[in-house]
Design a protein around this ligand. Structure first.
Ligand code: G4P
Length: 189
């Protein structure tokens, strides 16, 4: 998606080979017009895919996912991150390890917001190691849903997430695939 790539080149900052700072339009401040275009892009790619619900992971996934849900006229469900596991009938959880934060968390779904047979479009802002997306997909499948696809705003394709998800059989749509970074350098696939 050219508009997004331009924005990343103009406003993003590669801190080093691993970390891309996009706080001015995605993580801390949000460019809502760009999010609207991102929503239109995902909606176009998944038109006719039989999607019944859009799902995301708090917090930075919410803006692009909300715009996607708006464009597709579908409900948006948010998976929360909890520090500890909660044993309750109305909650599904799975442990996800965040390599960026070097700590595990419990990804949490309230299954009353997913119907068995739902076809879910999972949207997230970043794909790095793929642990969050794999955890989310397994939770959704445990709730009886099918993952129609995974829509990622920015993927660092030199990290293992994209390969893991495609090898697991998921359709993955990446709007801005970043193949290489260095201080002050950002290159797309
Ligand atoms: P994974 O989800 O692909 O397994 O990767 P990882 O555990 O490494 O990512 C943990 C968090 O760091 C996620 O956000 C992810 O979006 C974010 N992240 C990973 N690489 C980058 C990067 O290069 N730049 C930025 N800006 N973020 C990155 P999170 O902790 O869940 O944060 P939030 O969604 O609550 O904002």
């Amino acid at each position: 998606m050219e508009l997004l790539k331009q924005k990343i080149l103009e406003c993003g900052r590669a801190l080093d080979e691993h970390v891309l700072l996009v706080d001015s339009f995605l993580n801390n401040q949000v460019d809502v017009k760009l999010m609207q275009e991102i929503g239109r892009e995902f909606a176009g790619r998944y038109a006719g895919a039989g999607v019944t619900r859009v799902v995301t992971i708090e917090s930075s996934g919410i803006a692009p996912a909300a715009m996607t849900a708006l464009e597709m006229d579908l409900p948006l469900v948010i998976l929360k991150k909890s520090k500890s596991s909660i044993l309750k009938d109305d909650i599904l959880q799975t442990e996800v390890f965040s390599f960026t934060k070097n700590a595990p968390y419990q990804l949490t779904l309230k299954p009353q917001f997913i119907q068995p047979g739902d076809r879910v479009l999972l949207i997230d802002d970043f794909l790095a190691n793929g642990e969050a997306a794999l955890g989310a997909s397994s939770l959704l499948e445990r709730a009886g849903a099918q993952v129609a696809g995974i829509g990622i705003v920015i993927a660092k394709t030199f990290q293992p997430g994209l390969k893991k998800l495609t090898e697991a059989g998921y359709r993955v749509d990446v709007l801005a695939p970043v193949k290489r970074m260095a201080a002050g350098v950002i290159e797309f696939d």
